[in-house]
Design a binder for this molecule. Sequence first.
Ligand SMILES: Nc1nc2c(ncn2[C@@H]2O[C@H](COP(=O)(O)OP(=O)(O)OP(=O)(O)O)[C@@H](O)[C@H]2O)c(=O)[nH]1
Ligand SMILES: [Mg+2]
Length: 195
Amino acid sequence: MQETFSVCFLGDTGVGKTTLVSALSKDSPLYKAPINVCVSLYKDRTIEWWDFSGAKKHESLRGIFYKYFDGYVLVHDLSNARSYRNLQDWEKEIAPWLHDSYGCLSSVEFPLLLFGNKSDLVPGKGPCGSALSASVSDSAWTDFLDKVVFNPAKPEIKAANRNLESFSEEEDSPTSLFSRIKSWWRPENLPLFKA
Ligand SMILES: Nc1nc2c(ncn2[C@@H]2O[C@H](COP(=O)(O)OP(=O)(O)OP(=O)(O)O)[C@@H](O)[C@H]2O)c(=O)[nH]1
Ligand SMILES: [Mg+2]
């Protein structure tokens, strides 16, 4: 089976995460669910795009998953300055996972992409794009995905995750929940689209 990498999308509600993920996976259906997972192929690897609702009420749900990602995309809406300022709060939300509480990953760099969305509404802004025309072949995405799939720190991250898993053995631990959800979301059961 192909190697699979998981990328997580975060940002305020309405910035366009679901639209973006749908475009990157070449028009997978758009769901209004708190968690939405789409897939696409990149350099013969499977990329899972994990799109979370940005609503405050789903914070604890999101927190269950943060330590499992190979890369993070922080999305803001270029026509909404507040969504940019709020990225500080999003960074705070994932920080405990990026700088792992067990200290194993303190020196590891996680692939992180800052994406200013809705450039069609505010032409002429810096590094940005529009979910309406996003593609995994755009240079911002290829640069980011190269960091995700060729991350030299991957073995360290895996080792640290195994370490964390040995701490959570109860039936309803985040780990076992994630394993169950992963088995529901088998990439081979989902439609795959070539980048
Ligand atoms: N003009 C324009 N509209 C966009 C773009 N991306 C998304 N939208 C619109 O913005 C609205 C919100 O998009 P969503 O993708 O649902 O936003 P979200 O970030 O997933 O929101 P939550 O799931 O609530 O966190 C929708 O009406 C989209 O059609 C874009 O690049 N340009
Ligand atoms: Mg959404």
